[in-house]
Design a binder for this molecule. Structure first.
Ligand code: ADP
Ligand code: MG
Length: 246
């Protein structure tokens, strides 16, 4: 038995190729890594190297072709409320307001809570990402940065043990990204969830992560040794202007 919070062992992913005769596409093989409870891990690597494929397996939305994936000593075989996911393209429900979107997740998680408790808890997380003033707006009435903040608030509000973020800031401008990175670290340092985040931005990984996994590219890609980042928290940038309405 492993003492790691999450353990991936000898994972491989192969997709069937378009023609029957051709070999299947091997995205990666022999990938092994562990996540410790409460750490913030970033995974970086070239486009197409298989980062989202790994994350989808951790989320239980897809499965590895080979290898094992264990969380708290249990094999993962499907999605679960103890894991939360944030994608690049805001997966908000368009017909619900920001508050209702967060309430939706919180209600699903704690079915016995009163409406008041669900609302108060949801508001607390929307406040942490600076959206208190706009909670009654629908996604179409929010900027891209605001929508992504709602997604982050929703994911954290359900207090998943493992939070999976797939390039959550990929579509945002640099200034907005900087502000939301700070909010993410703020919310993470309060709740101490384990975060596994994909990014193509090396600076972002260095700023946010306790450890970085670098995925090498190519058909035989594998995760290289984790690069240990030896920077004490809190790490702060001097140049970001705080403004809640990006
Ligand atoms: P990344 O997130 O690192 O950019 P992905 O995990 O999305 O990469 O994809 C890795 C590789 O797997 C790519 O070559 C992609 O084309 C291929 N791939 C992903 N999903 C599928 C699928 N459903 N069928 C076939 N190939 C896929
Ligand atoms: Mg991807």
């Amino acid at each position: 038995m492993s003492h790691a919070f999450v353990e991936v062992q000898k994972a491989a992913k192969r997709f069937p190729s378009a023609s029957k005769e051709a070999e299947p596409l091997t995205v990666f093989e022999n990938i092994s890594f562990q996540l410790e409870k409460g750490e913030f891990v970033c995974i970086i690597g070239h486009s197409g190297c298989g980062k989202s494929t790994i994350m989808n397996a951790l989320a239980g939305l897809d499965q590895f072709s080979e290898g094992s994936l264990v969380m708290e000593n249990k094999e993962i075989s499907g999605p679960g409320l103890e894991r939360g996911v944030v994608f690049q393209n805001y997966s908000l429900l368009p017909w619900l307001t920001a508050l209702e979107n967060v309430r939706f997740g919180v209600r699903a998680r704690w079915k016995t809570w009163s409406d008041r408790e669900v609302t108060d808890h949801s508001m607390k997380y929307l406040d942490m990402v600076g959206l208190k003033e706009v909670v009654d707006r629908k996604p179409s009435q929010l900027s891209g940065g605001m929508r992504q903040r709602v997604s982050i608030a929703r994911a954290f509000a359900t207090k998943p043990k493992l939070l999976l973020l797939d390039e959550p800031f990929g579509a945002l401008d640099a200034l907005t990204r900087g502000v939301i990175q700070d909010e993410l670290i703020n919310i993470w340092s309060q709740d101490q969830q384990t975060v596994f985040m994909i990014t193509h931005d090396v600076d972002e990984a260095i700023l946010l992560a306790d450890r970085i996994f670098l995925m090498t590219n190519g058909p035989q890609a594998r995760i290289a040794e984790a690069v240990e980042i030896d920077l004490p928290r809190p790490r702060q940038r001097a140049s970001i202007v705080k403004h809640p309405h990006f």
